[in-house]
Design a protein. Structure first.
Length: 467
């Protein structure tokens, strides 16, 4: 049986500190040294599976919510809470879709391009993976209120878990004008307390941490280590869909760097448990207008360095950013983040997975998004950064044309419809207003609507001409 509290604990990620804390403590950083925390396990005293194939036994038990959940069917690999504490709303029913069309666009020839579509989650993004795990932890510590800063998806996810379970009250911090309308509508509809502050996501993130501490509100942003335990399962589902074969590459958009950190941890643990024989390579893709990781990792050579990353370079980078008042700016609203809270964890993941970082312009992101829409399940702009990044890496020869690549589509196609409609429009003013202002010049893959008079012959003619 999984989940015995004393066999799971929290541990500082810095090997020099490595202090441990109980899972019953509510922490978002190491009280001793301020570094991030992991959830860690005493695997020798737990019962992880002998083979990943063992999880297939859960497929026939769909009536059991813990077997049905795409998250909790992997409970043995995130055993920090007992089964009776688990909070699930049926998250993780997501698909790995093999797309020859997107593969061709990216430049693979004999290789395979897969799209892991996390937009299928109840609130429309991968966040539900993390939220289910964070809620489970919050329940075990008796929290009554939960807060997050968000550009949209985290808030919608928190709000739906509060609404469905009635276990906590949601408090959401958003930067004014920096949340997508659809997502705001979800938060309001689900009854969350929505606090709009002047500023952007980075400002909201800072404030929510202060306020949570002051008021003792449970924080569900990805500094919360339990959230990342849930996000590990995205990788378990990818492996499951590939019949437990490890792909060559995982390509993921990078914002607050929670996913990349969680994926690195997932593979490190699977390797340690002998459940996989090799780890895939990891590519994290920033938006060009929010490229802190790219600049630090690729341009300044900052590395995990056995848990001692070059903090002088990192601190200097942020000091310059503040002095120059540089703000994140990209159409990919979900990754419009200049101060990624999981930076050091992500550096560790990049080391474990021989990783690379790239940045994609809004033009590249929107072109890739149009290709995903035309050849796959669709996604929001931030998600398409993964496909744009994969295309760059194939062109550079870093990803081989015959390799098996999985791009993570983190959010639903309907998240930022303004950007999508502006890309496909024939209205130049609308295009300029939404996209031209961000340096997007062309819509090479636009699917233009056809305007016809309300006349049967004209309509028939138009369909015969274009259909
Ligand atoms: N993709 C989507 C769709 C997101 O919503 C986010 C983050 C990311 C990627 C970045 O993921 O932080 O793991 O690198 N969205 C946050 C939010 C900021 O508020 O919903 P990361």
């Amino acid at each position: 049986m999984p989940a015995v509290a004393d066999r799971a604990f929290q541990r500082c990620i810095s090997p020099a500190c490595a202090r441990t804390y109980g899972v019953d403590e509510v922490l978002v950083g190491c009280p001793a040294c301020g570094n991030l925390l992991d959830v860690a396990y005493d695997w020798d005293r737990l019962t992880p599976p002998k083979s990943l194939k063992d999880f297939e036994a859960k497929w026939s038990r769909r009536h059991d919510p813990l077997a049905f959940s795409g998250l909790w069917r992997f409970h043995d690999l995130l055993p920090f809470a007992p089964p009776e504490a688990v909070v699930t709303i049926g998250e993780g029913q997501t698909l790995l879709h093999r797309s020859a069309g997107v593969g061709k666009y990216v430049g693979l020839d004999t290789g395979e391009l897969h799209l892991q579509y996390e937009g299928m989650n109840p609130s429309g993004s991968f966040k539900d993976n993390g939220m289910s795990a964070a809620f489970t932890h919050a329940r075990t510590v008796g929290a009554t209120r939960a807060a997050c800063a968000s550009t949209g998806n985290t808030s919608a996810s928190l709000a739906v878990y509060c609404s469905v379970t009635r276990l906590m009250r949601a408090v959401i911090f958003i930067g004014s004008g920096k949340i997508s309308y659809g997502k705001l509508s979800q938060a309001l509809d689900y009854g969350a307390l929505t606090v709009q502050i002047t500023g952007d996501f980075d400002d909201a993130m800072q404030r929510v941490q202060e306020v949570s501490k002051k008021l003792g509100i449970y924080l569900v942003n990805s500094v919360n280590p339990f959230r990342l335990e849930g996000q590990k399962t995205i990788m378990f589902r990818v492996l499951e869909a590939l019949r437990w074969e490890v792909p060559d590459w995982i390509v993921v958009p990078g914002g607050n760097l929670g996913n990349s950190s969680a994926f690195g941890k997932a593979f490190a643990e699977l390797k340690e448990l002998g459940l996989i024989s090799r780890v895939p390579r990891l590519a994290v893709i920033n938006a060009a207008g929010a490229d802190t990781l790219y600049r630090l990792y690729e341009q300044r050579g900052v590395r995990w360095n056995n848990g001692k990353p070059d903090t002088q370079t990192i601190d200097g980078y942020f000091a310059d950013m503040d002095r120059e008042r540089r703000r994140a700016s990209t159409i990919a609203s979900a990754i419009e983040i200049n101060r990624p809270v999981n930076l050091t964890k992500c550096l560790r993941a990049l080391e474990n997975c021989n990783g690379v970082v790239r940045q994609a312009t809004d033009q590249e992101i929107l072109d890739a998004k149009a290709q995903v829409g035309a050849n796959g399940l669709g996604c929001e702009p931030a998600s398409a950064a993964s496909v744009a990044g994969a295309k760059q890496l194939v062109a550079e020869g870093v990803i081989g044309r015959g390799e098996r690549v999985v791009c993570i589509l983190t959010g639903h196609q309907l998240k930022d419809p303004d950007a999508t409609v502006a890309y496909h429009t024939t209205d130049q003013d609308q295009f300029n207003k939404v996209l031209g202002s961000r340096g997007v010049r062309r819509a090479s893959y636009a699917n233009r609507a056809v305007a016809v008079p309300n006349d049967l012959d004209e309509i028939v003619k138009a369909i015969q001409l274009y259909g």
